[in-house]
Design a binder for this molecule. Structure first.
Ligand code: PMP
Length: 391
């Protein structure tokens, strides 16, 4: 099948593989073993990677903590802040459409006495469907609010939230802001100063890097964010996250971000063009399609490679079975261990039937116009066939 599921994960860019290779057999030392050249060389590689990642997001090197991915980064950010700041208050503001790696840790804290406000974004009929209004955050903040967590770009409908405005509000109110930027880093410009985030999660495998490595940006200056560690041990990374550093992964993450940022402008234009081709091909051939998420014309409101739509009058499961020649996702692949209808599509007001008959495309770096043409044929063929069956 042709791969169109780049929000779930991406193929590692061969240039990233190339950058990682020496770390397996040559620079294989433990970066904490600074007594010899093996360790020192590995340490230098980690530091250079940290520099390069920091540069890509407008941070400084000492503000980057390496983790096993965005799930861990989100957990560390949320639990690290909430266990430190309990005295300040026990109220948190988030959005119903966050990834489970934010919603579920918050639910755990709810069981331990925290109060969580889950804001509802704009609904399906709105041209900015899925987007949060900064005023909603302003209105939700209370004297006992200790953390706001709003993702930068959504993994299902690609909506980009107005984080810079939300950051300004949080700053004025003295509330920390965490943003899950897993789908955004490398795809859309990210600068921690401009966004005003205090903590920000990202992951290598969403931007053509390896799986199992990610990072958390932790603001050092005004306010200096203090985190309670979640993993204790050898005291690596100033004790915030113990464990021998994943040098191959870190080098891969750094090269993946560097390439994505360098090629972002060109790539996002190319992806937007492919998406336009896909959507116009589909809507020409299939009646009764509903775009899920913000309008494709709303520039800056949606990730360039994202397309999500519902198909009327077909059964969702049958649809997935009949588009096996392309790899796409129905709802969120990240939670397909439990095949529930997507909580994101439900949260923007889609009916359960339309949610189930929705397809998510994540067009990526290695897709071509020929592949998009093929995808149109596959989906149009499947919908035709299924509708004839019920006619
Ligand atoms: N947040 C978002 C928005 C995501 O899309 C994902 C991946 N599905 C994650 C967090 C989890 O990332 P990881 O796979 O690196 O743990």
């Amino acid at each position: 099948p042709i791969y169109f599921d780049n929000h779930a994960t991406t193929q590692v860019d061969p240039r990233v593989v190339e950058a990682m290779l020496p770390t397996f057999t040559q620079v294989f030392g433990n970066p904490s073993s600074v007594g010899h050249l093996y360790g020192e060389e590995a340490k230098q590689l980690v530091e250079a990677s940290q520099q390069s990642i920091a540069l890509a997001i407008g941070a400084s090197a000492s503000e980057i903590v390496f983790t096993s991915g965005a799930t861990e980064s989100n957990n560390l950010a949320i639990s690290g802040v909430l266990s430190q700041r309990r005295r300040r208050g026990n109220h948190v503001v988030t959005v119903t459409t966050e990834h489970k790696a934010v919603l579920d840790p918050l639910e755990q804290w709810e069981h331990h006495g925290f109060e969580i406000t889950r804001l509802s974004p704009r609904q399906a009929s709105d041209p900015l469907a899925g987007m949060l209004d900064p005023d909603q955050v302003r209105d939700a903040i209370r004297p006992d609010t200790t953390l706001v967590s709003v993702m930068l770009a959504n993994n299902e409908i690609g909506v980009i939230h107005p984080i810079a405005e939300i950051g300004q509000i949080c700053k004025e109110q003295g509330v920390l802001l965490h943003s899950d930027a897993t789908q955004a880093v490398g795809k859309t410009p990210v600068d921690v100063e401009r966004l005003g985030v205090d903590l920000m999660s990202f992951s290598a495998h969403k931007m053509y890097g390896p799986k199992g490595v990610g990072g958390l940006y932790v603001r050092k200056s005004a306010p200096r964010v203090r985190l309670q560690p979640a993993i204790f041990g050898g005291g690596q990374q100033r004790g915030i996250r113990s464990g021998t550093l994943n040098v191959p992964g870190i080098v891969g993450l750094a090269e993946a971000i560097r390439l994505s940022v360098a090629e972002m402008e060109e790539e996002s234009q190319r992806l937007a063009q492919l998406r336009k081709q896909l959507w116009s091909g589909l809507t020409e051939r299939i009646a009764g399609l509903h775009l899920n998420g913000p309008s494709l014309e709303a520039t800056g409101a949606r990730l360039a490679g994202n397309l999500n739509f519902a198909v009327e009058q077909v059964d969702g499961e049958a649809l997935m079975m009949n588009v096996r020649e392309i790899a796409v996702s129905s709802g969120s692949a990240c939670t397909s261990a439990n095949p529930q209808p997507s909580h994101v599509l439900r949260a923007i007001g889609l009916s359960e039937d339309l949610t189930r008959s929705s397809l998510r495309f994540g067009i990526g770096r290695f897709n071509t116009p020929q592949e998009v043409e093929f995808a149109v044929d596959v989906v149009a063929g499947a919908v035709d066939k299924l509708r004839k069956l019920i006619a």
